[in-house]
Design a protein around this ligand. Structure first.
Ligand SMILES: CC(C)(COP(=O)(O)OP(=O)(O)OC[C@H]1O[C@@H](n2cnc3c(N)ncnc32)[C@H](O)[C@@H]1OP(=O)(O)O)[C@@H](O)C(=O)NCCC(=O)NCCS
Length: 220
């Protein structure tokens, strides 16, 4: 869910069509608007609600959180897919890039403290536990997928995940995701993920740990 890192620049002008919509790779100019969209998307999510319990602070905190994640995970060392209208985003990292280096955590310490406020110790304990349960071995990691509430349920979330899933099938790689609600776990199951475990910290909502093995490629 939140393993944030810094490294090689990656955003390219790549765009492709999946289903009805044209997807494109996000750039630095998209960070602000996409952080707002992702914050709106997860505002009602049980895990984010537990991590940032104040209804008054949550939206602004989530925007700051996703600004950081988009910059230092998606754009710095992974990919961010979005649509022409910025209705949603999927942030993922390639094999070997999911873990937050200590240097990046330290550089963004003030930002994370702003996000979690007085709940920072609990958030840190939670995120460290999430990190300890992270799947071993080479894999792609979908750090976040979110769609603007007004655009949910129209296939966009599935489409935003498609480039990563197709790449993983082509390269015969696994892909890992953490599902923060039963409803989004059901979506991921339909896309080929299976639950490999469940994690919680004390009374936190459960986080379902999910892995998708690549589809066998046809040999001719
Ligand atoms: C999960 C999410 C990315 C899926 O995008 P989408 O465009 O709505 O998804 P699709 O139209 O491709 O598929 C619909 C399925 O997504 C899931 N879904 C839809 N709205 C959802 C919501 N508000 N919360 C969780 N899952 C949702 C459901 O499984 C739904 O199928 P259902 O209507 O039969 O229950 C999007 O709904 C969302 O941003 N939800 C809130 C944030 C979130 O849960 N992010 C994932 C964190 S792990």
């Amino acid at each position: 869910m939140t393993h944030i890192s810094v490294a090689a620049p990656a955003a390219s002008a790549l765009s492709l069509s999946t289903g009805e919509r044209k997807l494109r790779r996000a750039t630095a100019a998209d960070v602000g608007p996409l952080a707002e969209v992702l914050a709106d998307a997860v505002y009602e999510d049980p895990v984010y609600g537990w991590l940032i319990p104040s209804n008054r602070r949550r939206l602004a905190s989530l925007r700051r959180f996703f600004e950081i994640q988009l910059q230092i995970v998606g754009l710095a060392r992974g990919s961010v897919y979005t649509t022409a209208g910025l209705a949603g985003a999927a942030i993922s990292t390639p094999p070997g890039s999911w873990r937050l280096p200590a240097s990046a955590a330290l550089r963004n310490g003030a930002g994370f403290a702003h996000v979690f406020g007085v709940h920072m110790p609990r958030a840190l304990a939670y995120l460290l536990r999430v990190e300890r349960r992270h799947v071993q071995g080479p894999h792609h990691y979908i750090a976040t997928v979110g769609v603007a509430p007004s655009s949910q349920g129209q296939g966009l979330g599935s489409e935003l995940l498609r480039p990563t899933l197709d790449l993983c099938d082509t390269k015969q790689r696994s892909v890992y995701i953490e599902a923060s609600s039963a409803r989004n776990a059901a979506l991921y199951e339909r896309l080929g993920f299976s639950v490999t475990g469940e994690m919680r910290l004390r009374v936190s909502p459960p986080l379902r740990l999910m892995l998708r093995l690549p589809l066998p490629q046809e040999t001719t």
